[in-house]
Design a binder for this molecule. Structure first.
Ligand code: ZN
Length: 247
């Protein structure tokens, strides 16, 4: 799962493509026999269109937004994905163009995020909707954390299962470090940012979380009190207690 913050990779969108539309989604997929990896058939294409339209509705419900614009999804065959989009493990987005680039995994995700999102999941769609409806994220914690919180998976595993492992190993990252430490590896940062932001949704409300999403890192601790009425240290204590209760 590539972070859009590190996005300097430019996807190669050279055809041929099969273009299929439904609802808000325009899906570009490879024709039959395009490469050694399988391309999605028409039934799978339909399922993906349904899934991603459903993802938009789901995210709108969670974030109390009303995103209703088109999203282009470029679905690469697995054996070409690394060359064309720089990864065959996850996807990334172009926020300015509302485009998602993703490898086509033939086998649906068995660690299904939110019960139904088995092909592409909803992580990348969260980036597109937050950018348009909430604003440009001012920190990696909020940018990725919103996507991980709403999707609930990382690398096709539940962020809570991953978090429990970190808790067991005494490796809980404090909110301030999640906010400020630049080099936390993805395998630790993604689940923990998701668990933290989901906890924030549940304890301080979506409206406050959306306000905090737009706060600069350097002003965050002070603004947190202003937005929520709670001070940062007391929030941190409560969050750490919550993490330790997860096992
Ligand atoms: Zn992301």
């Amino acid at each position: 799962m590539v972070s859009f913050m590190s996005l300097s990779f430019k996807a190669d969108v050279t055809g041929p493509w099969i273009v299929t539309s439904g609802g808000n989604i325009i899906l570009y997929s490879r024709p039959h026999n395009y490469s050694k990896s399988n391309s999605p058939d028409s039934i799978t294409i339909r399922q993906i269109l349904n899934e991603q339209n459903h993802a938009i509705e789901y995210i709108n419900r969670v974030l109390l937004t009303n995103y209703n614009s088109k999203v282009q999804i470029f679905l690469y065959n697995l054996d070409e994905a690394k060359d064309k989009i720089g990864t065959n493990a996850g996807g990334f987005v172009s926020l300015n163009k509302s485009q998602i680039f993703f490898p086509y995994f033939e086998n649906p995700n068995k660690y299904v995020s939110q019960g139904t999102f088995v092909y592409l999941g909803i992580h990348e769609m969260v980036h597109i909707i937050t950018k348009k409806k909430v604003g440009f994220p001012k920190s990696r914690l909020f940018g990725e954390g919103f996507a991980n919180a709403i999707d609930g998976t990382y690398g096709r595993a539940s962020i809570y299962d991953l978090m429990k492992e970190h808790v067991k190993n005494g490796n809980i990252i404090k909110p301030l470090d999640l906010l400020e430490k630049p080099n936390i590896p993805d395998i630790i940062f993604y689940p923990q940012s998701g668990v933290f932001i989901k906890w924030l949704f549940d304890n301080y409300g979506i409206a406050n979380a959306k306000r905090l999403y737009k706060v600069k890192r350097t002003k965050f601790v002070k603004k947190f009190k202003k937005v929520t009425g709670d001070d940062f240290d007391s929030m941190t204590d409560k969050y750490l207690k919550y993490c330790n209760s997860l096992n």
